[in-house]
Every structure is written in C-alpha cells, then in structure tokens.
Design a protein around this ligand. Structure first.
Ligand code: HEC
Length: 139
C-alpha cells in the first residue's frame, strides 16, 4: 500500500516536472533585443577595424587606457564624439574619418547607449564613510 502511495507521489512530481519544463522551453523571451541599424553596423565595423576596443570599454569590457563609452552618447553628445575623433587628445589618437564614418560611429554608440547603463549604480559616500549604492534601474 505504501509503495503505491509513493509511486503516486513520484508520478505527480514527474508530471509537474514535465509541465514545468514544457513551460520553460516554450515560453518566449519577454525582452526583445535591440537591433543595430545598417548605419550602426557600419559604425561597429569601423570601431573594430580601428581597434577602439584596445583602449575603450563598453559595459566595462575592453582596454583600460581610455574611458568606458557605454553612455558617452547621452552624457555628452554627437558633436563631442565627432570632435574627439577629429582632434584626439593625449593618448586618444586623431582619426581622419569622413563625415559619414563619424555619423556611423555615433549611431553605433547611440545604440549601445540605449541598451542600458554602465556602471549600473551610483556610489554615494555618506558622511560616516559608508558607501551606498543606488541602482539606476530601481524605480
Ligand atoms: C590608443 C588608445 C585609444 C584608441 C585606439 C582610441 N581611443 Fe578614444 N580615447 C583614448 C583616451 C586615452 C581618451 C581620454 C582622453 C582624455 O580625455 O584625456 C579617449 C577619449 C575618447 C572619447 C571621449 C570620452 C570622454 O568620456 O570624454 C571618445 C568619444 C573616444 N575616445 C572615442 C574613440 C573611438 C570611437 C575610437 C576608435 C575609432 C577610439 N576612441 C580609439 C584612447 C584611445
């Protein structure tokens, strides 16, 4: 009798397990990925061909000679980015891109900017020395 009961319990568990798996593998992702426009893809290619990665990071990944550029589009603007490319500064090299190429890089950085923040928090140092992290996506 006990064995029958155990088999029934295991049967119920297996049924739930199958149902759960079915739900997990058939439900669609809610977040739709951001797609790059043709212009932004061109910008990405220029970015890669000119090794911007070797000095700059996006979402904290990349070289560390220059700053992270994840949110450069919203913290500065397209003219600032173009001016940087035109003139260079300190170890940032001067590039001689066409206006179209600069627009493409800006489009690429704009798309990256629209995908999130890096870092995703602000660190606030309190008077007692403790650090409070304020996440940017918290409402
Ligand atoms: C040899 C390393 C190096 C390469 C390669 C490089 N950069 Fe830079 N970049 C820097 C450095 C260093 C700075 C910071 C300059 C400063 O403010 O003193 C910088 C600054 C910038 C800034 C301004 C950032 C800010 O917060 O003010 C932008 C935009 C930028 N770079 C874009 C690019 C792009 C796009 C490429 C590729 C086409 C590129 N960089 C390639 C080193 C580099």
């Amino acid at each position: 009798m006990n064995i029958r009961k155990n088999i029934a319990v295991i049967g119920v568990l297996i049924t739930f397990f199958c149902f759960y798996n079915f739900l997990i593998y058939t439900s669609k992702e809610k977040e739709t990925p951001v797609k790059l426009s043709k212009k932004a893809i061109k910008g990405q290619k220029i970015w890669q061909d000119n090794n911007c990665w070797s000095c700059h990071q996006v979402y904290g990944l990349g070289g560390y000679l220059g700053p992270d550029l994840t949110n450069i589009y919203s913290t500065k603007d397209s003219n600032y980015i173009k001016a940087m490319l035109n003139s260079g500064i300190q170890s940032m090299p001067k590039f001689s891109f066409t206006e179209e190429d600069k627009e493409a890089i800006v489009a690429y950085l704009k798309t990256i900017d629209s995908t999130g923040y890096y870092p995703n928090y602000e660190a606030i140092i309190k008077p007692n020395g403790w650090v409070e992290l304020k996440y940017k996506d918290e409402k």
